[in-house]
Design a protein around this ligand. Sequence first.
Ligand code: NAP
Length: 487
Amino acid sequence: MSTPQTDTPFFANYINGEWVGSSKTFENRNPANTDEVVGLFAKGSAADVEAAAQAAAAALPGWAGMPAPARGNILFKAADILEKKFDRLGAEMTREEGKTLPEAKGEVRRAINIFRYFGGEGSRLNGVMVPSERERVHVFAIRKPIGVVGLVTPWNFPIAIPAWKMAPALICGNTIIVKPASVSPLCSWRIVEALHEAGVPKGVVNFVAGSGGELGEALVKAGPLKAISFTGSNEIGNWIHAEASKRRLRIQLEMGGKNPTIVLADADLKSAVENVANAAFFSTGQKCTATSRAVVEDGIYDQFVEALVERTKKLKVGDGMKAGIDIGPCVEKSQLDTVLRYIEIGKKECGAPKCGGNRLTGDGYDKGYFVEPTIFADVQPEHTIAREEIFGPVLAIQRAKDFEDAMRLANNTPFGLSSSIQTTNLSRAMDYVYRAEAGLLTINLPSAGVEYQLPFGGTKDSSFGPKEQGPAALDFYSDFKTVYMKY
Ligand code: NAP
């Protein structure tokens, strides 16, 4: 492999069990301090994607033919290797993505748990066995892998999302090509490194970092590819859908959201405020399941807004490596610019924010992409910040006359990823469960914060295809083969 002469750590691509350099490289920088280069990465090309696809195709029969519990053992080993690097992985994530160290470590823990969970699936991988209608006929269905799978991941959960695609794909016997987000490729590189150290056979796992446009197109067109799992923006997801459908690739898309939290007048005020502050602002609002709209019933509206503004003003923004920081920077300059642009639109359409509304400057802020957590109140359904995904620490509060009005406002979006309700009324909570138009619901919890052992994904324009995580993930990464046998 060709390694550039520099003190900055260099990370090569991984194709057919080899670390592969490139004449072109790209950097990822710390969004809390852009003077700091976290790593230098080999910039992969369309030819690298094609080589990875050929390697994955060649490795498929061996990997698919290995007993699933043996595949599981490799996943368990990779989990143990990640566990040994736990502190380092957390720090690397904070440095490349910006979220606070406790949040980053929580995400590393989740990735390790995901590898253990799907390692265990190796001993289950259940098919279907039911009685036949006919005498002396035995019927059953077994799971088989779908083949070479492309995994395209976003920057905001740089280790958990790659983990929740890679682990189920591998346990089902598929071979994979991972294309990480260019702003935060290091965390998924570490998973690939762990799988390499765990002894995954050559060609089973391939990793190509570089420009999404070039690599994405090469991936969708790669001859051996049978499926693609993508998490990211609607714009790119829709493009993948259009291109991949031409070849009838199996597709799984997890995309944007405009997630509401309903606060009913009977809610526990303190807990509702804490849950909304957490869901709207932690991880800098850069969670796909973050709350970007609070829909608040008239009876509690003024109290709620006042208490939430007071709570939000106490949140500490800064370098996520420092103790006591609640909110890190936006991940990159273009994301900061997007957030600031929406804040300006909000000021024009809805008036002055109740708090925040500015980029943070001065000591400790000038070298990073920091923005104040911002709350707009009395936002109307037609206002831009009530309709479009911002993906930053900006909350739009909408007033609802009653429960019916709250349900109408909450569902008034083309998106349907997550949704939350804060209430002490069980009947209302159950009404909400049946009527909320979202794939992930929470009751008296923040809208963000999911667990790996349950199905994950949205509805409406947020998602397409089978769900991720938990047992549902197996339905995307495997196919059934049904057998009828006379004896
Ligand atoms: P993005 O710009 O769509 O990028 C996602 C991935 O796609 C990156 O790896 C990117 O590579 C790659 N890509 C870019 N152009 C491509 C193309 N033509 N073909 C194939 N891949 C291409 O999204 P993002 O900015 O990273 O992430 C933020 C978005 O993700 C938000 O909308 C958020 O809601 C969504 N998200 C959704 C979920 C969910 O579960 N629903 C979870 C997390 C995030 P480069 O980085 O090289 O451009």
